[in-house]
Design a protein around this ligand. Structure first.
Ligand code: ZN
Length: 392
């Protein structure tokens, strides 16, 4: 997710319903994300082993566990939303829209994000966004995704809460039936919006509980937003049977991850980038098999990590920590899940079998039912076997 800015944005909720970080950063998120994606794309286009691996990745059935709802609105989806609301400032022509999505600085990024939020005005807009995000996933051979939704951002903008739930559920069922993409929801608290948003998100999750809801999250800036204050809300969500998956340790140190584990009873950690600063924490994560949802390009874009070669994923894996690969807010960072797998393959020096194992990690630690997990894992194995036999 995006947080870097030099001055407060016009809307405190920012991308994916979460505010940008209140810390000065050196470059804009999307700019850096594009740079990383370009570098990776160049590797694949240059031919040789990486391009072959990338072809393998593109056809590989995958699951994604850390990806945001509005943050997944691609230019194509934004164009469709803009066409529904003539008179908005967002261009509908694909070429003009591509320019519009080329962020010149952080203020521009915020402007674009808010204009996208402004296009999500009705339950039908929510349905369209959700279904079209699933269509983009289907094109990447993503079979299952836990999509982080911030209902507070929509309900506070006046969308009826029951109609919102119906819209995402309708899209979920259609995506599964028509696209073969199974969606589940993580409702997250936009931390910077305070305890009011925590209370409201908990109420929405527990009182209106849509069928596809499996987990409860916490996003937004970490600096100045201590995790422990959200304990009562996570306690209620966990008591109601939801899984705990807060963001932690992306922009702050390992103590935030400890807090997420001990106070919020996290079952997976969103990002967890700073875990490598604390050997005891790494050992704990490995021993308890608590997975990290790693989003490499996002980490570079937001400057949580200075450059890809210094990404701590190698140390995480070396310490025996289970990692999954994710895209966070893919169009905003100029990436997608296939690109992120390519990045991971390079960083971890993986071959096809290693990449397939990484994909199975995500399936194994997802909140999908056992039969669904077995089905996708069998698909991954069959695809990999065909590839290795040269019969693809
Ligand atoms: Zn995120």
């Amino acid at each position: 997710m995006l947080r870097c800015h030099r001055s407060p944005p016009a809307d405190p909720w920012g991308p994916s319903g979460r505010a940008p970080r209140a810390v000065p950063r050196r470059r804009t998120a999307a700019y850096d994300g594009s740079r990383v994606a370009d570098a990776v794309t160049h590797l694949y286009r240059s031919g040789g082993p990486m391009s072959d691996l990338q072809t393998f990745i593109e056809g590989l059935p995958k699951a994604e566990l850390h990806v945001h709802h509005v943050g997944s609105a691609s230019p194509r989806i934004v164009s469709e939303l803009a066409a529904r609301h003539p008179g908005s400032q967002v261009p509908t022509d694909p070429e003009a829209l591509a320019d519009y999505f080329t962020f010149t600085d952080f203020a521009h990024f915020i402007k674009v994000f808010l204009s996208v939020m402004d296009l999500i005005r009705t339950p039908e807009d929510v349905r369209l966004l959700t279904f079209e995000v699933a269509r983009d996933m289907a094109r990447q051979n993503i079979r299952y995704a836990e999509l982080t939704v911030t209902p507070f951002s929509s309900t506070r903008r006046g969308i009826d809460e029951r109609a919102f739930m119906d819209a995402i559920e309708d899209a979920r069922k259609a995506a599964e039936a028509e696209l073969g993409v199974v969606l589940r929801w993580c409702f997250d608290i936009p931390g910077e919006a305070g305890l009011e948003s925590a209370e409201e998100t908990t109420r929405l999750a527990l009182d209106l509980r849509p069928e596809g809801l499996v987990s409860f999250g916490l996003g937004g800036p970490e600096i100045g937003v201590p995790r422990p204050q959200f304990k009562p809300y996570f306690d209620r969500a966990i008591a109601a049977g939801l899984h705990s998956v807060p963001h932690a340790g992306e922009t702050t140190g390992p103590q935030t991850i400890w807090d997420a584990l001990t106070e919020l009873r996290a079952e997976r950690i969103g990002h967890g980038t700073s875990a490598t600063q604390d050997p005891a924490l790494l050992a704990h994560l490995a021993e308890r098999r608590i997975p990290l949802e790693v989003c490499p390009t996002s980490n570079i874009a937001t400057r949580a990590v200075t450059d890809l070669d210094r990404h701590p994923i190698k140390e995480m894996v070396a310490a025996g920590v289970l990692v999954t690969i994710n895209s966070d807010d893919p169009p905003m960072f100029g990436t997608d899940l296939n690109t992120e797998y390519g990045v991971a393959a390079r960083l971890l020096d993986l071959d096809e079998r290693g990449i397939a194992d990484l994909a199975k990690n995500a399936v194994d630690v997802s909140f999908l039912d056992p039969a669904g997990k077995a089905r996708i894992n069998a698909e991954i194995d069959a695809y990999t076997a065909r590839w290795q036999a040269g019969t693809r």
